[in-house]
Design a protein around this ligand. Structure first.
Ligand code: C2E
Ligand code: CA
Ligand code: CA
Ligand code: CA
Length: 278
């Protein structure tokens, strides 16, 4: 009977290592993905509620794996962060997004601001500010059309973040706090960080009409933002009721499937040209 135990242990180990192997394979493939042009960006329009126009978009990275097909950024971004690949990928995302805004401008679209997500690993990258400066120079994008999204999970080192964010502000870009209120962090960073915008997370917006706690939280964020003179983007708007509530509450901007899913840049351009053709 003694042989049964090692067998079971071996089985257990092999199931662990197969998960690890899968991850290592994916990490390896992600390495090649940049070179082989398997990564691309989609852009999700943000609706400015005052003008009723698209004034901004969020850039979201996608990976079309040659064998495995579509892989969610929810899966590969954590792998990129753990492996350090987020540094070259993050730089590629930033450069591609800035170039795209210039491309839309050249196609005759009105000015569009692009929001680009930053990862924790990038904030601790030695030359982040210099890299962003160089991308702005290279693409000739007016920095006011670039917004950088950080999350509350990055507030682990307040002093370092404060320094970096002030250096970024000097470049002329704006800063948004993504997934605001979900990071279990103290709000005191709002005093130190030069922030321009709060993004209300989808989890608060979802039950805005049915759950009085969620409604109270959204009201609280909107009122606080107003006092701190911060813009607010509400994320994950899927229903007309949610939109009505946010319009009535004087939220600045909304982003969500109700209005548009993330789309390829040429589709955004075609839609825009169709809408503004007289
Ligand atoms: P995020 O930054 O919070 O991005 C918003 C996510 O919500 C996107 O998912 C978007 O497609 C989704 N979304 C937008 N509106 C709705 C809605 O109405 N309903 C629902 N159910 N979802 C909505 P996506 O593209 O899968 O990205 C997931 C996450 O991956 C992002 O969350 C972000 O944390 C990360 N990510 C994506 N692109 C990048 C990137 O270029 N760099 C970095 N560092 N992270 C990225
Ligand atoms: Ca984001
Ligand atoms: Ca978000
Ligand atoms: Ca999120």
């Amino acid at each position: 009977e003694a042989h049964k135990i090692p067998t079971r242990i071996r089985f257990y180990e092999s199931s662990i290592s197969s998960g690890t192997t899968e991850r290592l394979l994916l990490e390896n493939d992600l390495h090649d993905a940049l070179v082989n042009q398997e990564l691309f960006l989609e852009y999700q329009p943000q609706l400015d509620l005052q003008s009723g126009q698209i004034r901004s978009v969020e850039a979201l990275v996608r990976w079309q794996h040659p064998k495995k097909g579509w892989i969610s950024p929810g899966v590969f971004i954590p792998i990129a962060e753990e492996s350090g690949l987020i540094i070259p990928i993050g730089q590629w995302v930033l450069e591609t997004a800035c170039k795209q805004v210039k491309g839309w401008e050249a196609a005759g679209l009105p000015p569009i601001k692009v929001a680009v997500n930053l990862s924790l690993g990038q904030l601790f990258q030695q030359n982040l500010v210099e890299m962003i400066h160089n991308v702005l120079e290279k693409t000739q994008l007016d920095p006011q059309y670039l917004q950088l999204e950080i999350t509350e999970s990055m507030t682990i080192n307040i002093d370092h973040m404060t320094t970096i964010l002030h250096q970024l502000k000097v470049l002329g870009v704006t800063i948004a706090v993504d997934d605001f209120g979900t990071g279990y962090s103290s709000l005191s960073y709002l005093k130190d960080f030069p922030i321009d915008c709060l993004k209300i997370d989808r989890s608060f917006v979802q039950k805005i009409q049915s759950d009085s706690t969620d409604k109270a939280l959204v009201d609280m964020i909107l009122s606080m933002a107003k006092h701190l003179r911060l813009k607010v983007v509400a994320e994950g708007i899927e229903e007309i009721d949610q939109l009505s509530y946010l319009v009535a509450s004087k939220c600045d901007t909304v982003q969500g499937f109700l209005f548009s899913k993330p789309i390829p840049p040429n589709i955004l351009q075609e839609n825009y040209q169709m809408l503004h053709k007289d």
